[in-house]
Structures are given as C-alpha cells and as structure tokens.
Design a protein. Structure first.
Length: 157
C-alpha cells in the first residue's frame, strides 16, 4: 500500500506543480497595461496569479478527464506529466514572461521565470521525477522566489 500512497501523493504533487507555473486566464487577454502607463506591482501580481491559477485548473481538469477517480499507474503518471503537465507549464511560463513587469522589477521576475524554466527542464530530463514524492523540489527555488516577490497563486506547488 505504501507504493499506491506514494503514487497518489506524487500525482497530487504533479498536479500542484502546475500551480507554480500554470498559465491562467480569468482576465481579458486583450487587457494591456501598457496603454495606461506602467503596471503596479499589485496589478502585476494579480495578473500573474490569474495565469498560474488557470494553468493549475487546466492541469487538474486534464487529470480528471484522463483518470477520473481512479489511481493512475506510475507509467500513466509519467506519461501525463510529459504529455500534459510539461506543455501546460511551458505555456504558463510563456504567458508569464509576456507580462510587462513593474518598473525596476525586471530582474526579480526574470529570476523567478528562469528558475521555473530550470524546473521544467529537470522534469523533461528526468521523467521519473513525476512519480517521486520529492518531485516538487524541481520548483523549490522558483517557488521561494515567487513567494518572496508576493505571488499568492504562483509558487504554491
């Protein structure tokens, strides 16, 4: 039973990993802050957190559609990570990088997103991380930076 419990925990962590990166919606994609002047940090965090929340939602919905209430095998969890989680995280990262950060915060936001990209690369290089209970370690640095910056949804894997 420990293997099943570990797999369940791993899948939960896998889905939670999307929380850091996940690209969200919730807002109008045509909504731009450039036309109204520099974005405030609060507005930036709100938009980025929407992106992260949407990404998490997308991954969660895909997991429910694919597995329903049944527990996936290790191979299924790895495949789900490769086919669904990584592309979703990459999409989220692209959306986050497209946001114009507040004046003076470019280096901080770039560091967060660079760390996130490094975590994604770790998952791509070692698909077994998708089913290891410590898998969220791939995003530990990105999570810490995101939380220190003030994100509420991003960095919560």
């Amino acid at each position: 039973m420990p293997g099943v419990r570990r797999l369940a925990t791993s899948l939960a962590l896998l889905l939670a990993a999307g929380a850091l990166i996940a690209g969200c919606g919730g807002g109008d994609d045509n909504d731009t802050t450039a036309s109204s002047g520099p974005v405030t940090k609060d507005a930036y965090i709100k938009r980025a957190d929407q992106i992260c929340a949407q990404g998490t939602l997308t991954i969660g919905q895909a997991g429910r559609e694919q597995f329903g209430s049944s527990q996936p095998t290790q191979d299924q969890a790895v495949q789900f990570g490769q086919d669904t989680v990584v592309p979703s995280l990459e999409d989220t990262l692209t959306k986050l990088r497209a946001l114009d950060p507040p004046p003076g915060d470019q280096a901080k936001t770039s560091a967060i997103y660079d760390a996130l990209e490094q975590g994604i690369d770790k998952l791509k290089q070692d698909p077994g991380l998708f089913v290891e209970s410590g898998q969220s370690g791939a995003f530990e640095r990105a999570n810490g930076l995101a939380q220190a910056y003030g994100f509420q949804q991003c960095g919560q894997s």
